[in-house]
Design a binder for this molecule. Structure first.
Ligand code: DON
Length: 307
């Protein structure tokens, strides 16, 4: 018997409302440190055009590293497979903000989802323009994917990270020394922190991910990316989307997923569903604790693991 997704999302939201160990909210971005951890939202957009949502599914949160999926999609549109000369496609086995492999690997980050890789992607997306032009492009892309022009950047979050993001400043400068960041690190990070500060709800995020469940098609019939590119982005989400906890996420959930330190996760079930979950408390690896648990329950009950 098919699972009733309305019932299941409500059941998951109720279970998460009572959870005791919710993890710690991100503190290294001062503006995120004050977010109330007692929140949980879930939204599922299905391939046949339905939407199921429960909990705080309409509350906006900082998408942070989930923006790396949209930024990667745009960068591949600009330079295609040449991107892979500057960024790898392997899990790093290190924290999302680690610098340790860059020296040994000649300034080429392991993948586009760790911070170093996403900074190279921002360098590509900057394309000689001012950050505001490239930021406008990412926002327009998200508006197109969701059909919702109200999605905006939380300037306070961007400013907060811009003022305190010393690790990212180090990563960008280090890669600049290898020639793998080509614009001024300041401009590249201007773009990067603004894309990370895009605010979306679970419902909006689930809508934005639909092209990745639909073989690269927009639900309106337009083509966002080729089927092969959608497959590859999903593969990277599975292998690298949760940093040094990507193996555990594949083991427990078995669905391509990209997390952000705002507590969101975008998870894609090819051909079936685009799912967004959000709860601000994080695990040690910087991924939403309850978000991961919710996806584990969802995958088990629906049989949506790709394995
Ligand atoms: O660069 C940073 O540290 C943040 N703007 C994004 C990191 C992030 O979301 C890691 N994800 N779980």
């Amino acid at each position: 018997m098919p699972v009733d997704l309305a019932e299941l999302t409500a059941e998951i939201a109720a279970a998460m409302a009572g959870a005791e160990d919710r993890g710690q909210v991100a503190r290294y971005i001062p503006e995120l440190a004050g977010v109330d951890p007692a929140q949980f939202g879930i939204a599922i957009a299905t391939a046949d055009g339905r939407m199921f949502a429960a909990g705080d599914a309409d509350t906006g949160f900082s998408i942070q590293s989930i923006s790396k999926v949209f930024a990667l999609t745009l960068a591949l549109g600009k330079v295609g497979d040449q991107l892979w000369e500057r960024v790898g496609r392997e899990p790093s086995g290190n924290a999302f903000n680690s610098i340790v492999q860059l020296e040994q690997e000649h300034g080429i980050p392991r993948n586009p989802f760790i911070n170093a890789g996403a900074i190279v992607v921002s360098d590509v997306n900057l394309g000689g323009h001012q950050p505001r032009v490239a930021i406008g492009e990412i926002l327009r892309f998200v508006h197109y994917l969701t059909g919702d022009d109200s999605i905006a950047i939380d300037e306070a979050v961007a400013a907060s990270e811009g003022a305190t993001g010393y690790r990212n400043i180090a990563l960008a400068n280090y890669m600049r020394a290898f020639g793998n960041v080509r614009h001024s690190p300041e401009l590249v990070l201007g773009l990067y922190v603004h894309q990370c500060a895009i605010e979306m709800s679970c419902r909006q995020l689930a809508l934005a991910g639909r092209y990745l469940m639909l073989d690269g098609r927009h639900p309106d019939g337009g083509r966002v990316v080729s089927p092969g590119r959608a497959r590859r982005i999903n593969a990277l989400m599975l292998t690298c989307g949760h940093y040094d906890a990507s193996g555990d996420f594949a083991f427990r959930v078995g669905i391509p997923g990209k997390s952000g330190v705002g507590g969101g996760i975008l998870a894609i079930v090819p051909g079936r569903a685009s799912i967004a979950v959000w709860s601000p408390g994080l695990t040690e690896a910087g991924n939403s604790r309850l978000g991961g648990q919710a996806l584990e329950i969802l995958a088990r009950r629906t049989g949506w693991s790709i394995f």
